[in-house]
Write a protein that binds this ligand. Structure first.
Ligand code: HEM
Length: 171
């Protein structure tokens, strides 16, 4: 029994499930429902990402998945041998790996900073007696648009990753 490999696969699959499951619930249910509540919902989403530590949750789950996945990839490909990488299964795992890494990098660039900026704008608005300026409103609108674009792309990226990871072994 190869305990090291078992622990690596456990870390990879459990973190991957937490990442993809969490992202789907967040995008398809939580964000959509928050939007139905207007300004209340926007404030809830900002709190969820910052004080609620949702951005941190996704950071930990995604980094664990990718690090463990990278080690599994190195091991499965015999140290990046092209023969494995260009085999049907190798191509499947590679497509999934690339999709997941793009999601991690894009998410890191967009989600964390967007949450922090939205929280800062909300604090500024609260300081001025709860009255948002046109600049505040349009910046919050731009942040929301950026997050929506990412959410749509993320469904496709993580959907691709989970489908290829789940099946590539049998390609
Ligand atoms: C959304 C992210 C991901 C999810 C949900 C995920 C899920 C999974 C699952 C369920 C398996 C088991 C499949 C099987 O044994 O047939 C697996 C295997 C594997 N994953 Fe991922 N994965 C993700 C991202 C990644 C990334 C980013 C990499 C590489 C950098 C990667 C590399 C691999 C490799 C090489 C295997 C085969 C391991 C082996 O042969 O023991 N995965 N993944």
């Amino acid at each position: 029994m190869d305990l090291g490999l078992i622990l690596l696969r456990l870390a990879h699959v459990v973190a991957g499930a937490a990442w993809v499951g969490g992202a789907f619930v967040m995008i398809l249910l939580v964000t959509r429902t928050a939007r139905l509540r207007g300004a209340d919902g926007d404030a809830f989403m900002t709190t969820l990402l910052t004080q609620g530590k949702a951005a941190r949750y996704f950071e930990i789950a995604a980094i664990t998945t990718v690090l463990a996945g990278g080690l599994l990839y190195f091991r499965a490909s015999g140290g990046f041998q092209m023969e494995w990488i260009t085999s049907p299964s190798g191509i499947g795992f590679t497509i999934g790996a690339v999709a997941a890494i793009v999601s991690l990098v894009w998410g890191g660039v967009v989600v964390g900073p967007a949450g922090k900026r939205a929280a800062a704008i909300e604090a500024e608005v609260a300081e001025t007696g709860g009255i948002a300026t046109v600049a505040h409103t349009s910046e919050l609108e731009a942040i929301r648009r950026k997050l929506s674009t990412f959410a749509l792309a993320d469904l496709a990226l993580l959907g691709t990753a989970v489908v290829t990871m789940a099946t590539a072994r049998y390609w």
